[in-house]
Write a protein that binds this ligand. Structure first.
Ligand SMILES: Cc1cc2nc3c(=O)[nH]c(=O)nc-3n(C[C@H](O)[C@H](O)[C@H](O)COP(=O)(O)OP(=O)(O)OC[C@H]3O[C@@H](n4cnc5c(N)ncnc54)[C@H](O)[C@@H]3O)c2cc1C
Length: 384
């Protein structure tokens, strides 16, 4: 077979998982190809909340990258979260949640680091990979433009709607573990607290919520997400989102002079359940393509980054040891299990429990009025 290029490691997708993998391999002795179907800076629909795991992974890849992010990017340090349920507000203060930063800017920042520092990385933009096929010990990447590439190891970092991941792992699209979310940018939202994330809950949509995240330029990222199969989601999700703001007494007042700065756009949220299928002969699957989103918060950037960081280390070791078999790539699954999956599993159980027994929401809210309990939630949930 004739290849345009042959790489030790091919990374498909340059979102947070793909760029974290590429940055981890920036000085590797392995040759690395990073394939991205769009051109940066590209739009990315997101709540723009970067939790501590995202920030800590960036620091683990290179402490100087975190400093550079903080000194060059427009980000907002978050110290507080307000949970609003039945018109009561429960405030959780914490020191190290993370930041808000527009995804277009954050993703472009990561991508620029790869372009600048990725000595071993060849970057292809506007290069969507249509299919990945196996030929003996090699994976063949067929690009949409007709080019053909070969690789010993492939990291699939293609996001929430990854046909490539499903084909390689043999897993099916599962609506039960799929969320959907929409967001838009607004200016002029009243009473926006610059260091506080707001999460508004209604029992029928739990674990879904409406969020208001403040951004460094004074605007807000406002959105709503819930399970795709949520029975309460009887109309289009955009309608639910807009009517929540319009009919809620407090929110409608706060948005009375607000201006929507962008269309309301949405995307899928494949959250983590209890089965994982993220590795095999010659490949690892990372981030949303491996369904690593937190089933309660809907946050996935941190898990995406840490999964890219782990997968890159395992891929490099597989190539150097000349063993890219499933038993060798299983090390990636083990690393994920220890760092992410156990935690996600407990969240998934909580999600299921509250869905089955909705009164537990009220119980939690009742107990939550006691500061000590909130403090425990805070340390367990946020400061990890
Ligand atoms: C409305 C909404 C709000 C959200 N809010 C938050 C939040 O506030 N905080 C948080 O942590 N998470 C949030 N998430 C989840 C978060 O966006 C994802 O978990 C995160 O983007 C996953 O990163 P990734 O690298 O796995 O995938 P992506 O970020 O989706 O990156 C995938 C990349 O692969 C490229 N690609 C896809 N297919 C191909 C192909 N065939 N060939 C080449 N390139 C390809 C895409 O163009 C893209 O650049 C939100 C999600 C949604 C939908």
């Amino acid at each position: 077979m004739e290849y345009k290029n042959f790489f030790d490691i091919a990374i498909i997708g340059a979102g947070p998982s793909g760029c974290s993998a590429a940055l981890t391999l920036r000085n590797s002795s392995c040759s690395v190809g990073l394939f991205e179907k769009s051109e940066f800076p590209r739009n990315k629909i997101c709540g723009d909340g970067l939790c501590d795991r995202s920030v800590n992974t960036l620091k683990a890849i290179n402490p100087a990258y975190l400093e550079e992010f903080l000194s060059t990017q427009k980000s907002m340090c978050i110290r507080n979260t307000e949970l609003i349920y039945k018109n009561r507000s429960y405030s959780i203060d914490f020191k190290n949640f993370g930041y808000t930063c527009k995804r277009q800017e954050f993703d472009n920042f990561l991508f620029s680091l790869v372009q600048r520092d990725g000595k071993s990385v060849t970057v292809f933009q506007n290069c969507g990979i249509r299919t990945v096929e196996r030929h003996d010990d090699v994976l063949v990447l067929n690009a949409e433009n007709g080019d053909v590439f070969g690789a010993k190891m492939v990291l699939v970092c293609t996001g929430a709607t990854s046909g490539i991941a499903r084909k390689l792992t043999g897993s099916q699209y599962d609506r039960k573990s799929m969320g959907v979310a929409v967001r838009a940018y607004y200016s002029g939202v009243k009473d926006l607290k610059p260091d506080t994330l707001e999460l508004h809950y209604k029992k029928e949509f739990f674990p879904g919520y409406l969020w208001i995240f403040p951004l460094a330029d004074g605007s807000a990222n406002v959105g709503f997400g819930c399970n795709v199969e949520e029975p309460a989601l009887q109309t289009d999700i955009r309608t639910v989102f807009e009517s929540w703001i319009a009919t809620d007494e407090r929110l409608s007042e706060r948005f009375s002079d607000a201006k929507r700065l962008s269309p309301i756009q949405g995307g899928l949220v494949p959250y983590s359940v209890d089965t994982y299928n993220c590795y095999g002969d010659n490949f690892c699957v990372c981030g949303d393509a491996a369904s690593l989103i937190d089933p309660i918060s809907g946050g996935g950037i941190g898990s995406a980054m840490v999964s890219g960081y782990f997968a890159a280390q395992v891929a490099e070791s597989c190539v150097l040891k000349n063993d890219c078999s499933k038993s060798a790539t299983a090390a990636y699954s083990q690393m994920l299990r220890n760092r992410v999956e156990r935690e996600m599993h407990s969240r998934y159980l909580i999600q299921k429990c509250i869905k089955k027994l909705p009164w537990t929401m009220d119980l939690l809210a009742f107990v939550g009025r006691r500061a000590g309990f909130l403090h425990k939630i805070k340390t367990w949930y946020f400061n990890r």
